[in-house]
Write a protein that binds this ligand. Structure first.
Ligand code: FAD
Ligand code: SF4
Length: 473
């Protein structure tokens, strides 16, 4: 790209600057990042493709309404600190969202360049580029003076983090209670290192500690504490429930309890949180399968399949009951998985797992499906094809067919739940209990990082307004 007046000049009809991805055959053997991110030159070139629209549709596509044209303009002007500050007005985790947001359905999906048949601006890459500069250009936000009010945040996933950060900046005394031994929620125990390095999540948690937020780990609310204790004994004025939806759904078919059959939560938690890939340096083991079958078509299934490859599998099959077109996973994740060698088997459903002589799973019996009429989700319903049963050998099977709410923490907070066990909350996160707010996956069901963060921020504003009245901004 030529330098014009000291700036890189790109034509927005040019294709977008490609991601810097490690070749598939190299990256599929390790847990290092798949995409190493834009260089400064890449970012300037890509930022120059932006039309700087008067009515930016990309902003409408972002669930938290980041001022995208302004931060892209600031990149063009090489004002990286300014660009980062612009993003942080709406989104505290740009390094995370730039990597994991489903941009193709959000900001980038709305970019006007799509309508002219050109590549949309790589907004996620540019956001990540600025987010990753936090240590070099980012300033610690200033907190208002302490206002004397205490808030307990339950759960340290993206929703809890967003709420805790926003409250700390308003001068609240905030403590986050987390069941696990470390913070980050799904960002830490679910999404693998090769997609989201844990150092980034740690940096964000450390940033919250710099704002004065306290963290209490190994604190299972509903077992160790209940809502009354928070308010009556510990002096809290409000509570934000952000406990996610981490209860796995099961296939409920014969053989699902055989050794070698995992649910994705367990499989990914063993590797990501407990570092099972480094057993025996770390104490948690994991079965390294040679023929692995993963059931599901979402991000969780992609992460499990790509993790199995990195653990040394010879073959990994992703078995899905619909077709690739209906898969809810991010387009980039499916693309990366296939590049790395994951085989997609469409229109199949498992019937039974069978053990070998050693008692471990040795094969799975499946049946073929075809697509029928659309169901309540709008996707065509998979229908059994009679007499189509067949077998597939496998020594590890992973089920990634969704999650449910784990209601015991919510019950301890004495709030109304809906019939599926999720907390009922309004758009400000207010629940039936006037002292308890809730947001993220425990309200919406399994969703996205940015939606969980948006809910945390919204609830923080509502808590501030309720507890401080006119003193809240
Ligand atoms: P979580 O992130 O689930 O955090 C909840 C926290 O609460 C956890 O740390 C949990 O330990 C803690 N907790 C639970 N119960 C208690 C209790 N009783 N006491 C104390 N603490 C408790 N979204 C995307 O946008 N892009 C992606 O690429 C993507 N990939 C994903 C991959 C995987 C493997 C998974 C599982 C999810 C993925 N998602 C993705 C979804 C996204 O991560 C979630 O929507 C988001 O993390 C929800 O945030 P949350 O804060 O509501 O809950
Ligand atoms: Fe796009 Fe997500 Fe960033 Fe919003 S937060 S601009 S949707 S990548």
């Amino acid at each position: 790209m030529p330098l014009v007046n000291g700036k890189y000049r790109a034509n927005n009809k040019d294709p977008r600057v490609p991601a810097n991805e490690v070749p598939a055959e190299v990256r599929a053997k390790n847990f290092e990042p798949v995409d190493t991110g834009y260089t400064t030159e890449d970012a300037l070139e890509e930022a120059n493709r932006c039309l700087d629209c008067k009515k930016p549709m990309c902003v409408k596509g972002c669930p938290v309404g980041i001022d995208i044209p302004t931060f892209i303009r600031q990149i063009r002007e090489e004002d990286f600190a300014g660009g980062l500050a612009t993003i942080r007005e709406s989104n505290m985790l740009p390094s995370v969202c730039g990597r994991v947001c489903p941009q193709e359905n959000q900001c980038e999906g709305n970019c006007i360049l799509n309508r002219t048949g050109n590549d949309p601006i790589a907004i996620g890459q540019l956001e990540r580029f600025l987010g990753d500069m936090t240590e070099s250009v980012g300033a610690t936000p200033v907190c208002k003076p302490a206002n004397g009010k205490k808030v307990a945040v339950v759960g340290s996933g993206p929703s809890g983090i967003a709420c805790a950060g926003a409250l700390a900046r308003e001068g609240f005394d905030v403590t986050v209670y987390e069941a696990f031994q470390t913070g980050g929620g799904v960002l830490t125990y679910g999404i693998p290192e090769f997609r989201l390095p844990k150092a980034i999540v740690k940096r964000e948690i450390d940033g919250l500690k710099d704002l004065g937020v306290k963290f209490e780990y190994d604190a299972v609310v509903g077992r160790l504490y209940d809502g009354d204790e928070f308010f009556n004994d510990m002096g809290y004025d409000a509570m934000y429930m952000a406990v996610g939806a981490g209860l796995p759904k099961f296939l409920n078919i014969p053989g699902e309890n055989l050794p070698g059959v995992f649910c994705a939560n367990e499989y990914l938690t063993r590797v990501n949180l407990m570092k099972a890939m480094d057993f025996p340096v770390f104490d948690t083991p994991i079965k390294h399968g040679k023929n692995v079958v993963v059931f599901g078509g979402g991000n969780v299934a992609m992460d499990a399949a790509r993790t199995a490859l990195r653990l040394g599998a010879d073959s990994v099959t992703l078995a899905y009951r619909r077709t690739e077109k209906e898969m809810p996973a991010r387009v980039a994740e499916l693309h990366h998985a296939k590049e790395e060698g994951v085989r997609v088997m469409e229109l199949v459903s498992p019937l039974e797992f069978e053990a070998g002589e050693d008692g471990f799973v040795a094969k799975v019996k499946l049946e073929r499906m075809e697509l029928g009429e659309p169901d309540e989700s709008g996707r065509r319903r998979p229908v059994r094809v009679e007499g189509s049963e067949f077998e597939l050998p496998c020594d590890v099977a992973v089920t990634a067919i969704g999650t449910n709410a784990n209601p015991f923490a919510s019950m301890a907070a004495d709030v109304d739940l809906n019939k599926w066990g999720y907390i009922e909350a309004d758009e400000d996160g207010k629940t039936s209990n006037p002292k308890v707010w809730a947001g993220g996956d425990i309200v919406t069901g399994a969703a996205t990082v940015i939606l969980a963060m948006g809910a945390g921020k919204q609830a923080a504003a509502s808590i501030a307004k309720t507890l401080l009245g006119d003193d809240a901004e």
